[in-house]
Design a protein around this ligand. Sequence first.
Ligand SMILES: C[S@@+](CC[C@H](N)C(=O)[O-])C[C@H]1O[C@@H](n2cnc3c(N)ncnc32)[C@H](O)[C@@H]1O
Length: 332
Amino acid sequence: MTAPDLPAELKAALEARLHGLSRTDAATRAAQISKTYRDGGNSGGIRSETDALAYALARMPATYAAVTASLNALREINPDFAPQNLLDVGAGPGTASWAAAEAFSSLQNFTLLDANPALRTLALDLARGSSRLDGMTYSQGEARATLAKSEPADLVVASYVIAELDEPERTALADALWTKTRDTLLIVEPGTPAGYGRIIALRQRLIASGAHVVAPCPHDGPCPLAAPDWCHFTQRLPRLRAHKQVKEAELPFEDEKFSYLALTRAPPAQRPSRVLAQPVLSKVEITAKLCTPGGLSVTKVPRRAKADYARARRWRWGDAVIAGRPGEGRDP
Ligand SMILES: C[S@@+](CC[C@H](N)C(=O)[O-])C[C@H]1O[C@@H](n2cnc3c(N)ncnc32)[C@H](O)[C@@H]1O
């Protein structure tokens, strides 16, 4: 499985671009961009080269970690998936392409699409000299218009993009993404109730169009969670020196909350349960909230069931696990 921290080539490219740039200026811009996002705005405020770099320093490590965790989850279920080409829609600085390149050595062609010229310039700049991404194609334009002109791909990714669209555009884009998906479509969103809400609406629509869920859900039925609960996961990632400076943060790590959905054309061969929260350990048992093929389950594994207890002790929020009667199955 791929590590959540940025690949060395990308780290070096980001650090190199910071030379000659005022850290205070970058921190101010990054704070403005973060505030815009918190206030429900979008990346439209990213206009200059410095804005794009500030955005990348502040957000790329976290979105990279979330996409990597989602790709790890889908690879765990479909270990034979070996995509040759990728469509990265709303690619921004190229985050998902970098993550997919790390996850799949089989990838040969990378096509990125985005409306923002400053982010496109930065993405091309960061990829220059990269052993995997140097030859990528990056088209600038509206997502649906550029998608219409693109060849279908084995893997299509929309990372932190859907949030920037209104509801009719979101639906239309989801249909267009699916049309261009030869095998697997991955959508990643912030792990907020709103992000989950957007994902769940598209999930229902695309399943009705013939898609199957690979991850996180172990079924294609309706989501068993009811508000105020929502399906989301968390990924811890280390902060780079520049990342800490731009965010004016002290902690050497941060936790990115994300929601995701991986869909395929063929039903997955295995459908393990998904751990939906960090399991609680007590002296007598482990209590785990699981989404199972049969619905939501609060599973209790007693300490006296030694082998199962030992197995359940390793369960972490987000893991795919085989949970059943004592002695049944193994975690994938
Ligand atoms: C939050 S950024 C995410 C960038 C990147 N996918 C990542 O995960 O770091 C959202 C991106 O979507 C792009 N975007 C939003 N609406 C778009 C549209 N209608 N057409 C093309 N790109 C769009 C923005 O320009 C921006 O680069």
